[in-house]
Design a protein around this ligand. Structure first.
Ligand code: CP3
Length: 383
């Protein structure tokens, strides 16, 4: 596993983005079984096979937020460099993305970036404040504030991104790179609140009280996120994840009416690329069927709903991803081991399972325990 990063001698690893594009055929409905997906070097990995609901040699595993402060090597390279500045530097993006692959032996890399990077790239005044999160200098209050989100010129605005992804895909060889973007609602919640929020009150006030403004904002964000994700796939990412982390704050009715059309715009706009699309949020048990129907191939599940139950809710046409409670990582090892085995047993009753935490790695997690979890998942699921 650890070797896959250095295994660039694999002849298929030389397959760059342009070759992959040439091999792209027209995909089936919502990329069904990804018949014509970009056949890069990672195409036959267990990771992509699980996403396509094909048989695997072992259950693939990665961790959301696997790159980051839990790793001393991350803290070292980030010293003195603001978070969003580091995301715009291809050399740092490449190094930080590879760190958890080397360390944990996970089955996929996830691009080191952030859901607000596309806004930063078009000049919006945003910074990520340590231990707080994204903070916007000029929150969206009325239509004139939307001018901050100017039209995008992907070639110029995202050149740093294409460069980083191109470098990474070369280094990773047969290990897939996951590209991602923030869903319109979750990004909008930061833009409207001005920063992180517990109850999303300003966001919901706009959604319900100024629905045209809310829709116009989410529509612009959908285009921006879709372009951000498309650049990553065109540069060689093997699949994508749309993060709607805070969608669980909404009732199914409000989600369907005010939010789902914009997330569906992002996901369906990527269908022609033929790569699997993961759709994830926290506390979304009641939203899973809608989130699946928005255009996902894999549905991300937090720890509140067992994977087999989540699969039952969305139906057989979707793989599932998840869902060890991140807090379990702070319990004694025998508890962790038992819980990992439970997640695997639930996952075995679904059409395809990618192991993950139910939300991201937190800064205090012990990296050695995450390594042990990867080893356990691989051993316990070996076919
Ligand atoms: O998963 C990965 O390793 C890829 C990198 C990644 C980051 N952010 C890096 C990051 C991804 C996929 C994200 C997505 C993201 N960013 C989400 C959706 C995922 C989720 O966790 O729900 C959200 C809501 C954000 C917004 C954001 N950015 C928050 C809430 C924070 C944490 C603030 C803090 O300091 O606690 C960030 C900062 C951030 N993004 C860090 C990292 C590694 C920490 C920055 C640091 O090192 O100081």
């Amino acid at each position: 596993m650890h070797d896959s990063v250095t295994e660039s001698l694999n002849p298929a690893a030389d397959l760059g983005a342009s070759d992959a594009e040439k091999l792209t055929e027209v995909p089936g409905p919502r990329g069904e079984a990804a018949p014509g997906a970009a056949r890069g070097a990672a195409y036959d990995s267990d990771f992509l096979r699980a996403a396509r609901r094909e048989p695997v040699n072992h259950t693939p595993v990665w961790f959301m937020r696997q790159a980051g402060r839990a790793l001393p090597e991350y803290r070292k390279v980030r010293t003195g460099i603001p978070m969003l500045d580091s995301c715009l530097r291809p050399d740092l993006v490449t190094e930080i993305t590879l760190q958890p692959v080397r360390r944990y032996g996970v089955d996929a890399a996830v691009l080191f970036s952030d859901i607000v990077v596309p806004l930063k790239a078009i000049g919006v005044d945003v910074e990520i404040v340590p231990n707080v999160g994204p903070v916007f200098a000029n929150p969206i209050r009325d239509f004139s504030d939307l001018d901050q989100i100017r039209p995008l010129d992907p070639a110029a605005d995202f050149s740093f991104l294409a460069e980083a992804v191109g470098q990474l895909v070369g280094e990773l060889g047969a290990t897939p790179l996951i590209g991602f973007g923030g869903a319109p609602f979750t990004v909008a919640s930061y833009l409207i609140e001005g920063g992180p929020s517990k109850n999303h009150e300003k966001t919901k006030a706009m959604m319900l009280g100024a629905p045209e403004l809310f829709a116009a904002l989410l529509d612009r964000l959908a285009d921006l996120t879709a372009a951000f994700m498309r650049v990553q796939v065109e540069a060689g990412a093997s699949l994508v994840q749309l993060f709607d982390s805070w969608a669980g704050a909404l009732s199914p009715h409000d989600y369907e009416r005010y939010v789902m059309p914009h997330s569906a715009k992002v996901l369906t706009s990527l269908a022609d690329l033929g790569v699997p699309r993961i759709h994830f949020g926290v506390g979304t048990g009641e939203l899973l069927p809608l989130m699946a129907a928005a255009g996902a191939d894999v549905i991300g599940v937090d720890w509140r709903v067992p994977l087999d139950e989540a699969s039952r809710r969305v139906g057989p046409g979707y793989a599932v991803q998840g869902n060890l409670d991140p807090a379990v990582m702070f319990a004694p090892w025998p508890v962790i081991e038992a819980r990992v085995r439970e997640v695997l047993a639930d996952g075995a009753r679904t059409p395809g399972h990618i192991f993950n935490l139910g939300h991201g790695v937190t800064p205090d997690m012990d990296p050695d325990r995450l390594t042990r979890v990867v080893e356990l998942v691989h051993e316990a699921s070996a076919r």
